[in-house]
Design a protein around this ligand. Structure first.
Ligand code: AMP
Length: 215
């Protein structure tokens, strides 16, 4: 599976980040999460981070220009390992740009996975999500509990609720997804090879389904 290229799509809270990190570990791929890259830039208070933060806080997409810079660097860094892309492309402009960037590199996408989950389930899930800012591990107060409350099992960091996981912002992010990101699913479907995975089950079931797809 070395040098495999995967795009994972799905609404915020569909579990695509969790699945992407499992897939990356299992198959030795780089996990390219534009959300994580942006949150890192915000935490380091870089110029890019400060600009992105104003959009992220409101649940809106940051500019395509910022994202292209991040993706370009990430594709260079991951050229020998392969990758799974999570959170990108987020609109049709980004989807076209990805095709162009890969074309220039002589690379292709092997799998496009679309994780499908109902909006109300997402709102419920995200209100319970907690993340570790230090190592990026993701937990859930109901379904992925830590051994010690509020402390990351992996690195001992203090867990936080992402500011954009507040209900009002989640609903805005879902609306942005419907309007801007759902057309990306049709973009990939029309090119063939898109596989929809039911994201309502638990993490192990969904991961097993993804492994079946990738056989
Ligand atoms: P995520 O962790 O993927 O849910 O991303 C968190 C936030 O980062 C999003 O709500 C957007 O504000 C921003 N973001 C992440 N990826 C992108 C992208 N590809 N294009 C634009 N904004 C993005």
């Amino acid at each position: 599976m070395a040098r495999t290229h995967i795009v994972i799509l799905g609404p915020p809270g569909s579990g695509k980040g969790t699945q992407a990190s499992r897939v990356a570990r299992e198959y030795g791929l780089a996990h390219l999460s534009t959300g994580d890259m942006l949150r890192d830039a915000v935490a380091r208070a870089t110029e890019l981070g400060l600009e992105a933060e104003t959009y992220m806080k409101r649940g809106l997409l940051v500019s395509d220009e910022i994202i292209f810079g991040l993706i370009n660097e990430a594709l260079d860094a991951a050229k020998n390992t392969g990758w799974i892309m999570d959170g990108f492309p987020r609109n049709l402009v980004q989807a076209e740009m990805l095709s162009k960037m890969l074309g220039e590199r002589g690379e292709t996408i092997d799998y496009v996975l679309d994780i499908d989950v109902d909006s109300e389930l997402i709102v419920r899930r995200l209100s319970k999500r907690r993340v570790c800012p230090a190592c990026k591990a993701v937990y859930n107060l109901d379904t992925i509990k830590t051994k010690v409350e509020g402390i990351c099992d992996a690195c001992g960091g203090a867990l936080v609720k992402r500011p954009d996981d507040e209900e009002e912002t989640v609903r805005r992010r879902l609306a942005v997804y419907k309007e801007q990101t759902a057309p990306v699913i049709d973009f990939f479907r029309s090119r063939g090879g898109l596989v929809t995975v039911d994201g309502a089950g638990d993490i192990e079931e969904i991961f097993a389904e993804i492994r079946r797809v990738m056989k």
